[in-house]
Design a protein. Sequence first.
Length: 156
Amino acid sequence: MQRPIIGYHQDEKGDWVAELCCGHGQHIRHKLPFHVRPWVQSAEGRSSMLRTELDCVCCDRFELPEGFVAYKRTPEFNEDSIPLGLKRHHSTKPGVWAMIHVLSGQLKYFLDGLDSRELDLDPENAGIILPEVLHHVATDGPVRFFIEFYCRPSLS
């Protein structure tokens, strides 16, 4: 999944890491002949690449970024009390992740923004909601669930 660069930092070895809008980091090395990124070597070069999109393999694997914290939780919903907004295409804000926790029953989770994937959620299989990816849910019988939202600690 393509995600824009929003900043940079250096790791413990002094290598540059691009900070992506999703909360993941990606090393951006200039090490010939395999990694040709001369722009990494200067502040001006790095600045010129802000908002450039990189492929985030961590988002592709539905990995919640390290260090993100839960900051909000919905009430518990059932098949009769699910808000209409959750049944329609919607997304989270930039940088906001979420997790659908099914307490009982099953819930259909549709990722409309990712090749129209459909996942069956149950008490043993939570659903990860990626930032800014269109999605919705549907019921297939009795269900109880809630949604928990995550962000960087500095944003909570």
